[in-house]
Design a binder for this molecule. Structure first.
Ligand code: TXA
Ligand code: MG
Length: 317
């Protein structure tokens, strides 16, 4: 049994002992450890079965604290901080030596974000080190948006879980970095690129498949059941010998049993769909079905980020 609750002192105590503490954030739950401790970070990689060349994001509660760990804070980062932090944005900075190489997989940059969750912000306030936290799932599996999801991934190795119910946003943070005058987006997330561009101008993208770049691993966000993306009716016909579950955007399909379908948003709200995406995948993955089928959502705003996750978790990818 993993100890779960809202006890901040217990969370602090465990993190100080280089133990693993699960933290709630507005995006997904994080598997947290002291980002400055090689020992703690090593434990994290092992527990999650994460390859050592996939760097971690660090979490703290103010830009002043971030400045202790990075060489400089670019003006664009200050502007984004004013508007979007605390929030679902991760910024890559040039790291100081105090951040161990294991945390950043030997990269010279470190990702920081200030998460928008009341309890976790209180926890971070009490700490004199950042929390390194990947999503609290086994490497490659669906990201968790509530404690039950975390418990489906781990039955051991976690020293405390801070419980704050369901994540309000439900999709990971957007990751950006700066190169000379350029702003580069490395991972689409819940803060839309449009909102970022309004503040600091045009951005470029880098979703290359090289190691150590976000999203570079093929088996991301995947349920154990095979997930197929495309035209729902065609997929139903193609797989008519299988027991099918459907992840629907705004309505169920008449050809499949009602109980084997989950609707992301009855009102076609992309925000609601993002909040429900991972929990719906967990529900479907736990059903007595052979495969899951789904379709892409409107490819705009946060819909782009949802589609990115659907494609990465699917068989086509
Ligand atoms: O919303 C989120 O970002 C959640 C919550 C817990 O904060 N965290 C999260 O962490 O999604 P994780 O480890 O599941 O994904 C972090 C991604 C990885 O794909 C990693 O490659 C990338 O961030 N990353 C971290 N540091 C990086 C760096 N210095 N350069 C390039 N990519 C980096
Ligand atoms: Mg993850």
């Amino acid at each position: 049994m993993i100890n779960t609750g809202k006890n901040l002192d217990l969370a602090v105590l465990n993190l100080k002992k280089n133990n693993i503490v699960v933290i709630p954030t507005e995006t997904v739950y994080g598997l947290g450890a002291n980002a400055l401790s090689k020992k703690a970070v090593n434990k994290l990689f092992k527990l999650k079965k994460r390859p050592q060349n996939d760097p971690l994001i660090c979490h703290t509660n103010s830009i002043e604290k971030i400045s202790q760990y990075v060489k400089k804070i670019p003006t664009k980062a200050k502007l984004l901080n004013d508007l979007f932090w605390p929030g679902p944005l991760t910024i890559l900075f040039e790291k100081k030596n105090i951040i161990p190489d294991i945390t950043t997989s030997n990269l010279k940059t470190v990702g920081f974000r200030i998460p928008n969750n009341r309890i976790t912000l209180k926890l971070l306030e009490k700490l004199d080190f950042p929390i390194a936290a990947p999503s609290a799932n086994m490497f490659g599996y669906i990201s968790p948006t509530c404690v039950n999801h975390v418990l489906q991934n781990f039955d051991d190795g976690i020293d405390y879980i801070l419980d704050d119910g369901n994540c309000s946003v439900g999709i990971e943070s957007t990751i950006i970095g700066f190169k000379k005058t350029q702003t580069i987006v490395y991972r689409l997330g819940s803060l839309t690129v449009k909102n970022i561009e309004k503040i600091i101008g045009r951005v470029d993208y880098n979703f290359s498949n090289k190691n150590s770049l976000p999203g570079s691993f093929k088996n991301h966000y995947s349920p154990t059941k095979k997930l197929f993306v495309g035209n729902i009716e065609k997929l139903i016909n193609k797989h008519n010998n299988k027991k099918i579950g459907v992840l629907c955007y705004n309505k169920k399909n008449k050809l499949v049993d009602n109980n084997l379908q989950i609707v992301l948003s009855k009102n076609s709200s992309l925000k609601e769909a993002s909040k429900n995406l991972y929990s719906s995948l967990y529900l479907l993955d736990n059903m007595d079905i052979d495969i899951i089928i789904t379709t892409l959502l409107p490819d705009k705003l946060i819909g782009k980020s949802i589609n990115d996750r659907i494609i990465k978790s699917s068989e086509k990818y």
